[in-house]
Design a protein around this ligand. Structure first.
Ligand code: ADP
Length: 363
């Protein structure tokens, strides 16, 4: 059977364990040897105990856990060819020529580069007498399938990333908890949620919590936002509402591209309306806790599909990302999605917000 390794890289997200579990079990079911690589690319570079064969029961009792049981890390070494050479040696030593990478666009970019270099890395290892001619031939091609784990839902090519739904659950729980105290005391609450240049979490949180106002990066606030905000809050209070909720995405900006912070929003409310106003920054609470049913199933389906893709792949197959399209798990070209995702980030950086939204929408 084929040698498949699964690893998680970059930021963690809920549902990654479900994906790891599905990769291991689907792989074993189809007669493969499946390995964990611990601590992302760092474990691949360091080798040793970081690369271990998994069995059916090593993934028991993990589907309900947040984060990733096999660890995730950022890894400088893998950005250098010398690091990738070490990683290649470790994979060959373990008979691994198939990778399931679970991470964000950075991790997927690294995987694609690694695959492009694979042949020349093996040549170098052979030249250094670190592998044999037989190994060079036997392990001549590397196959890759990517899964996107991210709470931000910031990747082009999939309707949902693994972890977004759970993060929304955390946010909604927190808002619901705050609403009861805000109601009692007639307060205004400002909630800062994650999402660097993707306002998905903020927007959906605002819609599902009956928030009065939301600041999201894709729709920069006009210059007169303080006036608009105050008018809206006042109107709601005058119509009998006892509390106000404002959602601020961590990437919120105005039309100049300058950040809008929860502190700024609070100052506007306090100075103009004299409302009792509190800020809650949810931070890593959003990444925590158990994955939702949706993220568990998403991880399961994507993990199983990744193994299927690898089973069918050969050296001529382009690397794919497993994505959710409607309610279907499908394979899409990895580098096209990464390129599109980077184009969105660039458009945001260039303050071309409409372009960013349309680029994201097309994928
Ligand atoms: P994410 O995968 O969540 O976007 P990062 O961008 O930090 O997170 O990438 C995670 C890891 O992937 C990095 O620490 C690095 O080891 C690897 N990586 C990212 N980009 C590249 C690249 N261009 N070349 C090689 N490795 C990369």
């Amino acid at each position: 059977g084929k040698g498949i390794a699964v690893f998680t890289s970059g930021g963690d997200s809920q549902g990654m364990n479900a994906a790891v579990r599905a990769v291991v079990r689907m792989g074993i079911y189809l007669g493969c040897k499946v390995y964990f690589i611990r601590e992302g690319y760092q474990g691949m570079v360091d080798g040793g105990d970081n690369i271990v064969e998994a069995n059916w029961s090593s993934v028991s009792c993990i589907i309900h856990k947040g984060g990733t049981i096999i660890g995730s890390a950022r890894c400088k070494d893998f950005r250098e060819r010398a690091g990738r050479l070490k990683a290649a040696k470790n994979l060959v030593d373990n008979g691994i020529t198939n990778l399931v990478v679970i991470g964000g666009d950075g991790s997927l970019t690294g995987a694609d580069l690694f695959r492009q270099e694979w042949s020349s890395l093996l040549d170098e290892l052979l030249k250094n007498n670190q592998i044999t001619t037989e190994q060079r031939e036997k392990y001549k091609s590397l196959q890759i399938a990517g899964l996107v784990g991210s709470i931000d839902n910031d990747f082009c090519g999939t309707d949902m990333t693994i972890g977004t739904d759970s993060a929304l659950h955390r946010i909604i729980e927190a808002i619901d908890a705050i609403v009861s105290t805000a109601y009692s005391h007639q307060r205004t609450f400002i909630m800062e949620v994650m999402g660097r240049h993707c306002g998905y979490l903020a927007l959906v949180a605002a819609l599902t919590s009956e928030a009065d106002f939301a600041f999201v990066p894709e729709s920069p606030a006009p210059e007169n936002w303080p006036k608009k905000l105050c008018a809206k809050l006042e109107q709601e209070r005058n119509s009998g509402q006892r509390l106000n909720i404002i959602i601020v995405s961590e990437g919120a900006i105005d039309r100049n591209g300058d950040p809008i912070t929860a502190e700024q929003v609070k100052k506007v409310v306090v100075d103009n309306l004299h409302q009792d106003t509190r800020i809650t920054v949810l931070g890593h609470v959003q990444r925590g806790g158990n994955p939702s049913a949706f993220d568990r199933i998403l991880g399961c389906r994507m993990g199983a599909e990744a193994v299927m893709a690898l089973m069918e792949a050969d050296e001529n197959t382009e690397p794919c990302v497993i994505s959710l399209d409607g309610n279907q798990a499908v394979r899409v070209p990895l580098m096209e999605c990464v390129k599109q995702t980077k184009a969105v980030a660039q458009a945001m950086a260039d303050k071309q917000w409409e372009k960013a939204v349309s680029l994201r929408g097309k994928s």
